[in-house]
Ligand binder design. Structure first.
Ligand code: ATP
Length: 309
């Protein structure tokens, strides 16, 4: 999708090797002002490495890495970002309020303590020592620290891991509020519903490359499969032999069918079983699209001649 505005964070052909392991293999990634980009991919795909490059924590072996058009290791672009990583090492004896004040002091135009605390929902934790908080509370404090500098770009690496449903939804609401104020967010997550709830765009990574980029809708549309569910007396073996059937499963008295084209299958089902009931046809969700995409990428990488064939 062409974008009028210049990206504020950019990887172009970025390569990062750890010994013989290639963690990033020519990754292309762009974050634009004010957007929420979700970075998805299986474990080890290279998401955290991509973020580490953009934060200047590691250097690329090849390709270019830019943050606000500059080298991410220089101080100016770093003053414009906020960061919440998977593993945060924070001084355990400091109280939450002290941590927030200290972090805010690194930024030229920080939010007030009260504003940061309210956004992250930690108003009642300010006097507590950080080390004594629960895992979920510590995550919320880390979120407050990430947003206290009024960043233009927020990096959130699996922010809701360890949070209960209520805390997760509150964090989503706070992220939406930041987006409304014009902050861009680069989010990595394994929760596809999180990407669906928040993202303007998604990038799917596999084996150190971005293998898909688009909206949640375009990602879903990549998967042509439909799911049919019904109650029928027809045996699974019979349906399996019909043309265009991907998979048939029977469970708890219901039959589940996966097919690329639902209409002919539905027609045939109704003809073969006039008693058929509880018929439902669904388009594949983001989870199926994601699984299918990354499986294709896995097959291509373990079987490279397939590409050439
Ligand atoms: N410091 C390091 N030294 C050696 N190998 C590393 C290092 N950091 C990452 N790797 C390897 O690089 C690859 C990409 O890792 P990365 O952490 O970027 O993946 P990820 O997509 O963030 O995975 P996850 O979803 O599990 O967090 C993995 O194979 C990982 O083992």
């Amino acid at each position: 999708m062409p974008h009028a505005e210049k990206p504020i964070a950019r990887l172009a052909g970025a390569v990062k090797r750890y010994g013989s392991l290639t963690a990033l293999d020519g990754a292309e990634l762009q974050v634009h002002p004010g957007e929420l980009l979700a970075l998805l991919g299986p474990n080890g795909a290279g998401k955290t490495t991509a973020i580490a490059l953009l934060l200047g924590l590691v250097r690329a072996d090849a390709g270019s890495v830019q943050l606000f058009g500059e080298d991410p290791q220089s101080i100016e672009p770093r003053r414009r970002i906020g960061v919440m990583l998977q593993h945060a090492e924070l001084p355990p004896t400091l109280r939450v309020g002290e941590l927030l004040r200290l972090t805010a002091s690194y930024y030229p135009n920080p939010r007030s303590l009260q504003e940061s605390a309210a956004l992250a929902g930690i108003g009642d934790l300010l006097r507590r020592p950080y080390a004594k908080l629960s895992g979920g509370q510590q995550r919320r404090v880390q979120f407050a620290l990430a947003l206290c500098g009024r960043p233009e770009l927020l990096f959130l690496d699996e922010p809701t891991v360890g949070m209960d449903i209520d805390a997760r939804q509150k964090l989503w609401a706070a992220i939406r509020q930041l987006i409304d104020e014009g902050c861009a967010v680069l989010l990595t997550t394994h929760y596809l519903e999180e990407a669906e709830a928040l993202a303007d765009r998604v990038c799917v990574m596999s084996h150190g490359k971005v293998i898909h980029e688009g909206t949640v809708e375009t990602l879903r549309a990549r998967v042509a499969q439909k799911r049919i569910r019904c109650r029928t007396t027809l045996p699974a073996e019979l349906i399996r032999d019909w043309p265009g059937i991907g998979e048939v499963r029977q469970e708890n008295g219901r039959t589940y069918i996966v097919t690329a084209e639902a209409e002919p299958v539905v027609r045939r089902l109704l003809e073969a079983d006039p008693q058929l009931g509880e018929l439902e046809v669904q388009r594949a969700g983001l989870a199926e699209a994601f699984t299918e995409l990354t499986r294709d990428a896995d097959e291509a990488s373990t079987n490279p001649q397939r590409e050439a064939a």
